[in-house]
Design a protein around this ligand. Structure first.
Ligand SMILES: [Zn+2]
Length: 253
């Protein structure tokens, strides 16, 4: 797991699997953990990481309802999980889905965990909306298009945008179940002014990147989506796995 500091109150831990990014935000005596790393040893390390940094844990947040972002409770048992209203509705409609997908992933890699995943108390947050951490205010922005649910978190005092599964340097735009090209493009336009104002963007897969790179990725992603079904894959995202995702996008068009 790679850990970088973006601001005295913002750490990003990036998982060795899927490069799933976990953003840790602290102000005063509050600290929120957004999304999660994936591997058991990485999750085990999180509480110690917070303690070392002197960040007092307050609660969990998730950018959207895909299973690999929802594992925070394996590190902080009993913690409440705050998500967008759209994500809360999805989690209610698909009870146990994240736990099942995690089990399938673990089975494939022969991974063992000390406990199964239970999401516990899920708090639905109005999005667009705001959320306080210490004396600072996080802005919540809706991000549909990848899936049907989700939010991006804008931390204006730190110049950090936590984008969820958008603006990834390692993954092309993925239109999954519940997503759509038009909604994805609308989300990118909603994120654009925030990226222009940001110092750093945290991509749900790929971790922290600087704003100039995020803007370049945004332009590539708009071109890719607008060019479908005939678009070429962005130069840095042309592996067999990205070609497979591209094939799935074409099926969903
Ligand atoms: Zn994801």
């Amino acid at each position: 797991m790679r850990v970088v500091g973006l601001h005295p109150g913002v750490l990003v831990a990036t998982s060795r699997v899927f490069q799933t990014a976990c953003t840790i935000v602290r102000d005063g005596d509050e600290c929120l953990v957004i999304d999660s790393p994936v591997l058991p040893d990485e999750l085990d390390m999180l509480p110690a990481l917070l303690e070392q940094a002197g960040f007092p844990f307050s609660g969990l947040l998730a950018t959207h309802g895909d299973w690999d972002h929802l594992l925070g409770r394996l590190a902080f048992a009993g913690a409440a999980l705050g998500v967008a209203e759209t994500t809360a509705a999805r989690l209610t409609a698909e009870p146990g889905d994240a736990a099942r997908r995690l089990r399938a992933f673990d089975d494939e890699l022969y991974l063992e965990r000390s406990a199964p995943l239970s999401l516990g108390q899920v708090q639905a947050l109005p999005v667009p909306g705001q959320l306080d951490v210490g004396s600072q205010t996080i802005e919540l922005h809706p991000t549909e298009g990848h899936v049907a649910d989700g939010m991006a978190l804008w931390l204006p005092w730190a110049g950090v945008l936590v984008a969820g599964d958008f603006l990834s340097p390692v993954e092309i735009p993925m239109i999954s179940r519940g997503g759509s090209r038009s909604a994805y493009l609308a989300t990118l336009e909603r994120l654009r002014p925030l990226v222009e104002e940001a110092d750093h963007v945290v991509a749900g897969h790929g971790g922290a990147i600087d704003a100039a790179r995020a803007l370049a990725i945004l332009r590539e992603d708009v071109a890719y989506l607008e060019g479908l079904p005939d678009s070429k894959l962005p130069l840095a995202r042309r592996s067999d796995e990205q070609k497979r995702i591209h094939g799935e996008n074409l099926e969903r068009l």
